[in-house]
Design a protein around this ligand. Structure first.
Ligand SMILES: [Zn+2]
Ligand SMILES: [Zn+2]
Length: 315
């Protein structure tokens, strides 16, 4: 009964459509010119922007949420040059008027990796646009996190609240955004159909528990991340590929999020495969390979010097 009361306290999310086929890039991008940016209206106040895999192999997903007083852009993608990627121009076109001007815009980031903020300079000089800093101290100060990574911040866009949840682990500055209007969790690189690259496994695990706990009594319609790196059969695309044929669906579900804490509890520190994502620590794998390579070289050098000494003794 208590659970029912808690659940019904949240209003029904506004439904939208994910019935879209994302451009798949190409084997030969020069021979197959494609629009750099694809825009899909999930519902009239929520836009999904996808950077073409030919424009950047990262092929980032960016999200524009419109409130009645303000709009929020989550991430600015992997391409800086407005001629190659007219992001700011396209975002301004999507913003409604407010009085004589465009609706004010807040540009925030899931985290400071370059592919999530390269487009920032396009917004720097625009009127009524504010860009959240990318460094950890700046993020904490902007959102008002007094006890990072604990606590939840709230953005009021006017009739639309977006909760900001600290999710370090992939990167120390990572946050996820929960939209109360649509019930979507915008999860950046924290959770996506692809490689979950782990920088700090303990922090990542704690973040997974924090998000699961935050959403346990709230409606969750979709988890939308920043990349798709798997095809529909679950095979991972080669790193750096500009061609994404037959992509896995963008959206993940509550089950995928719910399985994340346990995935960390059994993680061997290197690699683990789950149906819709892969846990991996590339730095640790590289370090281990480097140690093995050095050990092999030392062994070979030792073997060669032994051989040389034996030959000398014989001669
Ligand atoms: Zn990242
Ligand atoms: Zn990324």
């Amino acid at each position: 009964m208590a659970l029912l009361a808690a659940t019904s306290a949240w209003s029904q999310p506004v439904r939208g459509s994910l019935d879209v086929r994302w451009n798949e890039g190409a084997v030969d991008c020069k021979a197959t010119p494609q629009a750099p940016l694809q825009v899909h209206a999930y519902e009239p106040q929520t836009f999904i922007l996808r950077q073409n895999p030919c424009a950047s192999f990262e092929a980032n997903f960016l999200y524009l949420l419109i409130g009645s007083d303000k709009a929020l852009l989550i991430d600015t993608g992997a391409v800086a040059d407005p001629k190659e990627m007219p992001l700011a121009k396209r975002v301004l076109e999507l913003l409604p008027e407010k009085g004589q001007n465009k609706l004010p815009l807040l540009v925030a980031h899931t985290h400071r990796h370059t592919d999530h903020r390269a487009g920032d300079p396009q917004f720097g000089s625009l009127p009524s646009v504010e860009v959240v800093p990318i460094d950890l101290e700046g993020v904490k100060a902007f959102f008002g996190f007094a006890n990072w990574p604990n606590g939840i911040a709230h953005l009021d866009l006017g009739g639309r609240t977006v909760d900001v949840i600290p999710t370090p682990g992939h990167n120390e500055t990572h946050v996820a955004f929960y939209d109360n209007r649509t019930g979507i969790l915008f999860s950046g690189d924290f959770l996506l159909p692809g490689r979950l690259l782990i920088e700090d496994a303990a922090a990542y695990h704690a973040s997974a528990l924090r998000v699961v706990d935050f959403l346990k009594a709230r409606p969750l319609t979709h988890v939308l991340g920043a990349h798709i790196e798997l095809d529909a059969a679950g095979h991972v695309y080669r790193f750096g590929s500009h061609y994404h044929p037959n992509e896995h669906r963008l959206e993940l579900a509550r089950e995928d999020l719910a399985a994340l804490p346990a995935a960390f509890e059994t993680f061997n520190g290197f690699y683990a495969r789950h149906p819709n994502y892969i846990l991996t620590n590339p730095n640790r794998i590289l370090l281990t390979l480097a140690i093995i390579a050095v050990a092999v070289l030392i062994f070979i050098a030792w073997g060669v010097s032994r051989l040389v000494r034996r030959r000398r003794r014989r001669s």
